[in-house]
Design a protein around this ligand. Structure first.
Ligand code: COA
Length: 330
């Protein structure tokens, strides 16, 4: 087997819609309060896209920034791997709409449906495309418009989610030791009904009944999801660290999926990392599913918390259930 790293993250770009929905706004719509939401989740506000701002458009803005950072153009891209739980249309892949918007005419473009850890799954696929020689330059995107599948009449879920996009340019590793040192992905489909959209897919196509029952929106058993997330995130941290052959103490920054501050704190505690080594920005964005890790990573870089040689641990959990992790030498 060829030794890792095969692939590195060359640059990053993000895009969030300007529209802000605060906890106070939600308290005006639902039986909830800023105090309750902050105490149980750590979230203070989230971004909400307008009807015109599509997932492909948010992705385009994020990708253009990432391409600029890497000093390349869209026609240099060999593959686009877009993780989303909220494709603009069910056919074609949103990645193809993104490809057209970018003018990335040489690329193969496809979506990945893996819920919140979608970015980690997409990174894993991108690494494989590079290691196999299929692609030299891959755009990995995590982008969501969760506001379109959130039931704003359901206080147990409406408080959690937001919209946004993040993209990285992944290329063949250029220098010794820099890049993706490990990835780990896992799923357990037996637990699907704990967090899902019952209607609107091919099993129960969109109909008046689906809309009246509001079954095209996300349904969640919050407590069960919470417990499963804590266990899965812990396992994923251990696995990525073990596979990378590093020690937990060497990790400079943990970049977890931004779902709930209490889940993040439990994950950090399990990994033996102080909160000073954990990137948290869910107070500003809420849970943006597959966009949350690139949004947190980009903010960590712009705040100077990630520099050349930093050892990063990415970890995420979501519907499916799905979970995954990666250790990256920046
Ligand atoms: N505002 C006020 N009260 C609320 C509320 C809200 N937004 N949502 C629920 N409640 C109420 C419940 O109705 C319940 O009331 P009751 O005791 O009178 O029945 C009470 O608060 C406790 O509800 P519970 O669901 O047990 O709260 P919790 O402490 O588990 O917190 C979540 C709820 C959703 C914040 C929490 O379970 C969670 O974050 N789970 C993980 C969700 C997640 O991250 N999903 C995405 C994974 S990628």
């Amino acid at each position: 087997m060829i030794a890792r790293p095969f692939a590195e993250l060359s640059s990053i770009g993000v895009a969030v819609p300007p529209g802000v929905l605060t906890n106070h706004d939600l308290a005006g719509m639902l039986d909830t309060s800023d105090d309750w939401i902050v105490e149980r989740t750590g979230i203070r506000e989230r971004r909400i896209a307008t009807a015109e701002q599509s997932v492909a458009m948010l992705s385009r803005d994020a990708c253009q920034r990432a391409l600029e950072g890497a000093g390349i153009t869209a026609t240099d891209v060999d593959s686009i791997v877009l993780a989303t739980a909220t494709p603009d249309r069910l056919l074609p892949p949103t990645a193809c709409d993104l490809q057209a918007l970018l003018g990335a005419h040489r690329a193969a473009a496809f979506d990945i449906s893996a819920a919140c850890p979608g970015f980690v799954f997409a990174l894993t696929v991108a690494e494989g495309l590079i290691a196999s020689g299929q692609s030299g330059t891959v755009l990995v995107v995590g982008a969501e418009k969760l506001s379109t599948i959130t039931d704003f009449e359901d206080r147990s879920t409406a408080i959690l989610f937001g919209d946004g996009a993040g993209a990285v340019v992944v290329r063949r590793s250029s220098s010794q030791g820099r890049g993706i040192l490990s990835t780990y992905i896992k799923s357990d489909g037996r637990l699907a009904p704990l967090l899902y959209r019952p209607g609107g897919g091919s099993a129960d196509p969109i109909s008046e009944k689906v809309v009246c029952e509001r079954s095209h929106f996300m349904k969640m058993s919050g407590r069960e999801v919470f417990k499963a997330a804590v266990l899965a995130m812990a396992e994923a941290c251990d696995e990525a660290i073990r596979r990378a052959g590093v020690a937990a103490e060497e990790i400079d920054l943990l970049i977890p999926h931004q779902a709930n501050l209490r889940i993040i704190e439990a994950t950090a505690k399990h990994a033996g990392l102080p909160m000073s080594k954990v990137m948290v920005n869910l107070d500003r964005y809420g849970n943006t599913s597959s966009a949350s890790i690139p949004l947190a990573l980009e903010q960590a870089i712009s705040e100077g918390r990630v520099g050349e040689g930093s050892l990063l641990l990415l970890v995420a959990f979501g519907a499916g259930f799905t979970w995954g992790s990666s250790v990256i030498r920046w």
